[in-house]
Design a protein around this ligand. Structure first.
Ligand code: ADE
Length: 241
């Protein structure tokens, strides 16, 4: 999976995605991070990429031309291939979710467009963006952190990126349930003991206990998710019995 990130701060994205699991995935060639500096495409003699908004108002806007030319430099679809999707990081987009991460992980290439300042000239957004995406109902200073959040979530859905193929599946949000509590050594810490059942070696009972804990937790912490589980997951649970 190749990620192209159009940004004014390429080093932020490059540095932020080189560590740990994603760093290893890059080394193995499972994912590629290609940060493109939008400023490299300005035609302004002072290297400017922003200007005042028509009609007045606070702050500066990124101009259409450098964004468009940066996009053109990476978005050349190979013969017979469909155009690469352009995800625009914006609080006005559709809210990112695990389901979207899974769906986007099917693509071979993705382009992330990161705005800064007060936004980007609407005309270039209309021209190139296929999917406006938000990471939640709060406003950040730029699209770089949202792009990094999304790249992380999408990458772990790419086959081979996680060591244990299973762990992308048995986790929070699978079947709309949050993950059950987990414990490691020592057996007793600060007087708190690991639940006996986890030491029993009885895997059928452990699975049942984990499902119960997941349900309890989801009901208490995320009643909205539990409602969805109740609709879809119960049928599955019945089939597994
Ligand atoms: N840019 C600024 N805030 C954002 C958000 N919440 N999600 C995506 N992009 C953003």
């Amino acid at each position: 999976m190749q990620f192209h990130i159009l940004t004014l701060f390429p080093e932020m994205v490059e540095n932020g995605l080189q560590t740990s699991i994603l760093g290893r995935a890059i080394q193995k060639g499972l994912i590629g991070i290609h940060a493109v500096n939008i400023r490299d495409y300005t035609q302004d003699k002072h290297n400017k990429v922003d200007d005042y908004p028509y009609g007045g108002g606070a702050g500066m806007l990124m101009q259409a031309q450098p964004v468009y030319d940066a996009w053109k430099a990476v978005a050349k679809p190979a013969e017979g291939k469909k155009p690469v999707r352009v995800l625009f990081m914006s609080p006005q987009g559709k809210t990112f979710s695990q389901e979207m991460a899974k769906e986007l992980a099917q693509e071979e290439e993705l382009i992330f467009l990161c705005g800064h300042y007060e936004g980007i000239d609407e005309r270039v957004i209309e021209e190139i963006v296929t999917d406006p995406v938000s990471i939640g109902d709060y406003v950040l200073t730029g699209g770089e952190l949202p792009a990094m959040v999304m790249i992380d979530a999408i990458s772990r859905m790419v086959p081979g990126v996680l060591k244990n193929e299973d762990s992308g599946v048995t986790e929070s949000f699978q079947e709309n349930l949050l993950e059950y509590p987990q414990y490691t050594r020592p057996e007793v810490w600060e007087g708190k003991k690991v639940p006996d059942i986890l030491l029993s070696g009885d895997h059928a009972r452990i699975d049942k206990w984990r499902l119960e804990k997941s349900k309890e937790r989801t009901k208490a912490r995320r009643p909205d998710l539990y409602e969805k589980y109740d609709l879809s997951g119960r049928a599955l649970e019945y089939l597994l019995k």
